[in-house]
Design a protein around this ligand. Sequence first.
Ligand SMILES: [Mn+2]
Length: 331
Amino acid sequence: MKLLLARCTLGEIATPGAKNAGFSAMDLILCHTTADFDALGAAVGLCVLRPGSRIVLTGGCHPTVRDFLALHRDEYPLIERRAVNPQKIRSIAIVDSTQRDRLGKAAEWLDLPQLNEIAVFDHHLEAHSDIPATISQIEAVGATTTLIVEKLREKLENPENSGTFRLQPSEATVMALGIHVDTGSLTFESATPRDATALAWLMSQGASLRVIAEYAEPGLSPQLQDLLSEALENLRSDSLHGYSVAWVLLYTEAFVPGLSSLTARLLDLTETDALLLGNVYKYGENDSKRSANPDSEEQQVSNRLTIIGRSRIEGTTPPPWLPAMLTQYKL
Ligand SMILES: [Mn+2]
């Protein structure tokens, strides 16, 4: 099902505080919990479009984003959640998610009566939004950052803004990382020509290939990319103990190395807290390396099942109740 696809004009998104503008009023941009480069890149780009806005990481970030920010935090207008006075919030924009429960405690701010705008920018069409957005742009591109880059480019190329607006290399770099990571450097099936165009433009704006190469994680093999697409198509999910849990079963002709990195990538790409990936593969006479005893019954081909779990639920990998789920849901 398609969510509201509202393309908003620059005028709409550039003036969140046009009415009710008070001194020290805050315009915030929220990254979802466990922020990835796409969330951070989109947020940084939105800050350029909306000068004075501050970015809140609502609940930590991915390890590579954390490493990146350890060196580059000062280049972006971040503010700690605890340093925000809720009474001063004027507008909120949310990037790379449409779900309240991906915003941690900051979700409470969505109910503040004085807000004059809640904007949502995302590329997850499958999710049902439970955020009362006044502006919403949700489109099927490989990265949320692409949507923001298109607006930046439009603004930069507008003769009216000539000389008044420039992108810093640090801003172009983090946005390029967002597109690289969410599209597997334009190799995932979700990647679109719009992502490629946006990435090319960011390169022309000085995005640092050296920094991108350091932080963009290595891509998956072509076989793993195919399996990733299959997994994304067949992923099922449910809510358990307040967490969203997803699972998928893949059939392959033989043992596939690298499924654990595929599972980690799948968790990154989906809005789930924990994920189980099952793989049924043929095991037997054609698999000499794995057949320890050539005289055993295992010489005949049989099916084997491997299950890999990944979780972002704090302190539990996997959560203790996951094994019980395996019996509840026959994979
Ligand atoms: Mn994304």
